[in-house]
Design a protein around this ligand. Structure first.
Ligand code: SAH
Length: 386
């Protein structure tokens, strides 16, 4: 039986509704997205032993089955009951764009949640093939509430947090659609939204991604990017398994950062740098600082020197990102000479520095170009993902 939230109440054979350990009294209808505890409750509701949950978990995330019928070691009867009581659903892909450079962008249409009046939201994920690895960039919110002045996602507004299954479903969809190549996966939480403002769903998804019995992505191959939401950052440090950390800095001082990123008011850069310096990086790596270069705004050699003073003494690397332009973004990309000069100042001060090459710019898949789409654009012909 479904309630208004689309959840299923499970009844024991002919009896009263069972009380489940998970989620008070109910298990969500869609099993995709549940961690082991949730799956155990779902199995218990069917009168099945807990080890069944491990089998289903492996089918969902390691083998990425598309239906209960695929779960061949479960027995016909159990598969039939799973099909009757539950769903196995990934978010719906409505558009797939291919870039000349091999980058692929996926547009997902989400379900409207109860009470959502403006229709279903959309989110985007990006697949980026490289020589020695392939990267998936995933979203954690539909839109973003932070309103950074140079980011199209923020300019287009905020809709809602994604749920765990909507985050994991992006990864599963992109992995299954990717050309078969024996290259390691790299996942960056750098798509739409601020992951630490959607803490529970994001961290639950990260656990499943990093679990050797789940997607089995090594923690050092997973990077979460944040503007530095301090309470979230402190919590993340306490998690037993953590991803790499990237901090979106974008300015060498508080005054300029405040002008570009309203969040500076609430979480000032000095506190963010201090907190990030305590973050335990997998395998003794470095915290990444992302710095979008905006022509004539934050790209001068003097500002590079200021950035050196700010970060010196911390175990960091700096990732310079020449602005990816869009008509709605009121800034211009830096000149190649400015990028070069900025980079030289940092390298000269023995900071580790890299320049991010834009990927998929022609399909608006590059950093900061993902944005909410409503109505017609989002309702394009479905694309078969095989
Ligand atoms: N909210 C998180 C996750 C998004 S990450 C965060 O801000 O870190 C997306 C990265 O792309 C961030 O570093 C962001 O600042 C950067 N970015 C945003 N707009 C951009 C643009 N127009 N060009 C290049 N990079 C941009």
């Amino acid at each position: 039986m479904r309630d208004a939230q689309g959840r299923t109440t499970v009844h024991a054979r002919g009896g009263a509704p069972l009380r489940l350990k998970y989620d008070a009294a109910m298990v969500p209808a869609n099993l995709f997205g549940l961690e082991k505890g949730g799956l155990e409750a779902a199995m218990e509701a069917l009168g099945e032993p807990p080890y069944r949950a491990r089998q289903v978990y492996s089918w969902l995330y390691r083998k990425r089955a598309r239906s209960f019928a695929d779960m061949t070691d479960l027995g016909k009867e159990l598969r039939r009951r799973l099909e009757a009581e539950y769903e196995l659903r990934w978010p719906e892909v409505v558009e797939r764009s291919l870039s000349y450079d091999g980058t692929r962008k996926y547009l997902f249409r989400l379900e409207a949640l109860p009470g959502e009046r403006t229709g279903p939201a959309t989110v985007e994920s990006v697949y980026i093939p490289e020589e020695s690895r392939r990267t998936i960039c995933i979203s954690t919110q539909a839109g973003c509430p932070l309103k950074c002045a140079f980011c199209l996602t923020g300019i287009a507004g905020y809709k809602r947090n994604l749920r765990t299954w909507e985050i994991l479903g992006q990864v599963a969809t992109v992995m299954e659609d990717a050309p078969a190549r024996e290259l390691p996966w790299n996942i960056v939480v750098m798509g739409m939204g601020e992951p630490l403002l959607n803490y529970e769903a994001t961290v639950s998804a990260l656990r499943v991604l990093m679990d050797p019995e789940g997607f089995a992505v090594a923690p050092k191959k997973l990077t979460l990017s944040t503007v530095g939401i301090l309470p979230g950052l402190e919590r993340l440090m306490q998690e037993p398994v953590r991803p790499n950390l990237a901090i979106s800095l974008h300015a060498p001082n508080a005054a300029l950062r405040r002008a570009l990123m309203p969040v500076e008011e609430k979480y000032p850069l000095e506190s963010v740098i201090e907190a990030a310096s305590r973050y335990p990086i997998p395998r003794g790596g470095l915290v990444t600082y992302e710095y979008v270069l905006l022509r004539g705004v934050n790209d001068s050699p003097a500002q590079a020197r200021e950035l050196v003073r700010l970060l010196k003494g911390h175990r960091v690397k700096v990732n310079l990102i020449p602005l990816n332009p869009a008509p709605e973004i009121p800034f211009r990309p830096p000149t190649p000479e400015a990028v070069e000069a900025f980079c030289r100042v940092l390298a000269g001060a023995r900071l580790t520095v890299s320049v991010r090459r834009p990927r998929g710019q022609d399909i608006l898949a590059a950093c900061g170009q993902l944005h909410l789409r409503h109505g017609r654009a989002a309702a394009a012909e479905p694309v078969p993902v095989s």
